[in-house]
Design a protein around this ligand. Structure first.
Ligand SMILES: [Zn+2]
Length: 385
């Protein structure tokens, strides 16, 4: 039973584990993992101002290398449940697809890895041939990601756990299972540009200083290209998302104008260097005439990249053997918990096909669950030789 990915995925999808709720998902996983021979730890992490979150760490074996699978059982809210043709926590199978919130992102991926590991262990007398297999499962990925993987990794490090390679089971594939491995993610940084002037009557602009003129000048300067891309990344991009003056009056020059922006940046930059670059550009464009300041939001989404090498080769080969496709190494898309794991060991992301993630009637072909399990099984086999 523990080696059936479809049965495990269906049980997980039935759990209402919308962040920060555990919803029974980790409790269920704990049972399955114990049955497969893992030692399982459950811990709750908390911090003032955030909801406490349950997490799970499981390991079988004590030796190196330790191959770790990472994932999250929390899901985004279903939205209007009446809009779903198949109820979001009903876990229905129809037309060869498993429907439900988290089927793709990423309870399905977790189910496949657990089934693959259980099958591998059963074929080897109940333990790994050598080394260890671990799982880092959090309930805090879809929200602020404060009481999840970051603290789970710290907790594990304090216990003396070390990881050699990590597979994060996020839905990495674009169209078909086997088309894409994510081997890096861009960083993300949010900021606000604030220009101050002097309020006044619109008919007497000489007595005022309109901050909108200065803001437009600085926006133009900041939108210049940041780089030409790198070996594994597209060019970095700064995108203004809002320009705010909040002026309800037609005859008033406002005293302040603001613009918010987000930057998705590649491995040419660090957050610090990027901030300095933009401060320099603003300084030059302002030419001493525009009064401005940047307000940077704290960001825990730094860029990361896993360089092509033996680990990505091993995963690519396993994927090709099972699916007949040669996966592309990609760094597109939003951030993921890989940004935290990369500080501990090389990490790549491979999971289901992401098309329906976070949408109404999220679903995965049942056949993909079977195939992904076979891929993970092959990776484990190759990894431990
Ligand atoms: Zn996810």
């Amino acid at each position: 039973m523990t080696a059936d990915p479809v049965a495990i995925a269906r049980e997980l999808v039935r759990c209402r584990s919308v962040t920060p709720e555990e919803g029974g998902a980790l409790a269920y996983l704990q049972g399955v993992l114990i049955e497969a021979g893992f030692a399982v730890h459950r811990m709750t992490f908390a911090e003032p101002g955030t909801a406490p979150i349950e997490n799970l760490y499981a390991r079988i074996g004590t030796e190196k290398p330790n191959l770790v699978f990472a994932g999250h059982t929390d899901v985004v809210p279903p939205g209007d449940e009446a809009a779903w043709r198949h109820p979001p926590f009903g876990s229905e199978i129809a037309g060869g697809r498993l429907y439900g919130r988290g089927a793709v992102d990423m309870k399905g991926g977790i189910a496949c890895f657990v089934a693959a590991a259980a099958d591998y262990l059963a074929a080897n007398g109940g333990k790994p041939k050598r080394g260890s297999i671990s799982l880092l499962i959090t309930g805090d990925e879809e929200s602020v990601a404060v009481n999840g993987t970051v603290k789970l990794l710290q907790w594990a490090a304090e216990r003396g756990e070390s990881f050699d390679h990590c597979i994060l089971g996020e839905p990495s594939n674009v169209q078909t299972l086997g088309d894409t491995i994510k081997a890096g993610r861009r960083g993300s940084l949010n900021g606000t540009l604030i220009v101050t002037g002097r309020q006044g009557h619109v008919a007497y602009p000489d007595r005022a200083d309109n901050p909108i003129r200065g803001l437009v000048t600085l926006i133009a300067a900041l939108q210049a290209p940041l780089d030409d891309g790198s070996a594994q990344f597209a060019p970095s991009n700064l995108e203004f998302t809002s320009i705010d003056v909040g002026n309800p009056t037609v005859n008033l020059i406002p005293g302040e104008a603001r613009a918010r922006f987000n930057i998705r940046y590649n491995d040419h930059h660090s957050q610090t260097a990027l901030k300095m670059l933009l401060e320099r550009r603003a300084h030059a464009a302002a030419a001493g005439r525009v009064h401005y300041a940047f307000d940077w939001q704290p960001s825990n989404a730094d860029v990361f990249v896993t360089k092509p090498g033996p680990f990505t080769d091993l995963a690519s080969a396993a994927i090709a053997e099972v699916t007949g496709r040669k996966p592309k190494l990609s760094t597109t898309g939003g951030t993921s918990d890989a940004r935290f794991i990369k500080d501990y060991c090389p990490v790549l992301e491979f999971g289901l096909v992401g098309q329906t993630m976070h949408s109404v009637d999220e679903c995965t072909p049942v056949a993909d669950l079977v195939t992904l399990t076979a891929v993970y099984r092959r990776i484990i086999e190759k990894y431990f030789g």
